[in-house]
Write a protein that binds this ligand. Structure first.
Ligand SMILES: C[S@@+](CC[C@H](N)C(=O)[O-])C[C@H]1O[C@@H](n2cnc3c(N)ncnc32)[C@H](O)[C@@H]1O
Length: 272
């Protein structure tokens, strides 16, 4: 029997264990939301006390509806741009490349801190057009190495809140300046979401700090020249939320009565 991979992470990198585990649990549900067989297979190869993540099958839709949403947006971009570059930033152990299985015209870059990138290398089978980049997304050097010759999709799922506003804006500007055209797709927490981060067990337990609160597209459009808003939605209004269990739907309905709570988390999509 092959030995399990021991994982010891803290801070922002640790939080990806929670999102990853949610996908593994979801895959075992009778009616999965994401249906990620890769997460399901890989979870058994990691030596970790998963109860520390506080994720259960019951609360896993909080993660999997988001991942399914960004799969949909990414698939829409790739359907129109079969020759593209994808910057999958703060990828954690997400298997989006394998789920979407894009054609050979797509060059895909999974970017995360070296500890996480190292785990990816050991857990996922190599693919010719899928590259693992071990770097902080805020370091300008890795982007300079990526050819600026194709429409480029940036995906940042569960990432922006870990960046400072200055670093986040600089990153978005760098991508828009670098690529000839493309899209930015990412989720965000509002300033209220950042203020109440102590209620987020995954973040609290990891010791990570959330910094960047975004209250709406105006915050982005004013700070990053050259963007056009395509979509801005509350997670509760995403089509991927339609199949969650009744308690989740009731919670969404109640929270949606207040726009502050409805948009505490948001999905952003811009073209450039
Ligand atoms: C909540 S997890 C999300 C992981 C994955 N996107 C998902 O949805 O399953 C946050 C991820 O962002 C990564 N991250 C946070 N700040 C980063 C930075 N400055 N550079 C690279 N990765 C970063 C963490 O290491 C972690 O893998």
């Amino acid at each position: 029997m092959t030995e399990k991979l021991h994982v010891d992470l803290s801070g922002a990198p640790q939080t990806m264990l929670a999102t990853f585990y949610a996908k593994a649990l979801d895959a075992d549900l009778e009616k999965p939301i994401l249906g990620d067989r890769w997460a399901k297979d890989i979870v058994d190869r990691i030596d970790y006390d998963w109860s520390q993540t506080t994720i259960t099958a019951r609360n896993s839709p909080a993660v999997t509806t988001r991942s399914a949403h960004f799969d949909n947006w990414a698939a829409q971009f790739l359907a129109v741009h079969p020759e593209a570059r994808v910057l999958h930033l703060g990828c954690g152990l997400d298997s989006r490349y394998y789920r979407l299985d894009p054609g050979p015209g797509v060059e895909w870059y999974d970017v995360d801190y070296p500890d996480v990138a190292g785990l990816r290398r050991q857990l996922f089978p190599p693919r010719e057009h899928c590259h693992i980049v071990a770097a902080s997304v805020t370091d300008p050097a890795w982007l300079a190495d990526i050819p600026a010759d194709r429409p480029t999709l940036m995906i940042g799922e569960g990432l922006t809140m870990y960046l400072t506003e200055a670093d986040g804006i600089a990153l978005l500007r760098r991508i828009v300046d670098h690529a000839p055209s493309g899209e930015l797709q990412f989720d965000a927490f509002s300033r209220l979401g950042i203020k109440t981060q102590w209620t987020n067990a995954v973040v609290r337990r990891s010791g990570a700090t959330l910094y960047w609160g975004i209250d709406g597209p105006q915050d982005i459009l004013e700070a990053v020249p050259g963007l056009r808003l395509l979509q801005w939605v509350s997670p509760f209004d995403s089509s991927t939320f339609a199949d969650v269990s009744r308690p989740f739907r009731v919670m969404a309905k109640v929270m949606s009565l207040s726009s502050k709570l409805r948009y505490m988390a948001q999905y952003h999509r811009y073209a450039f």
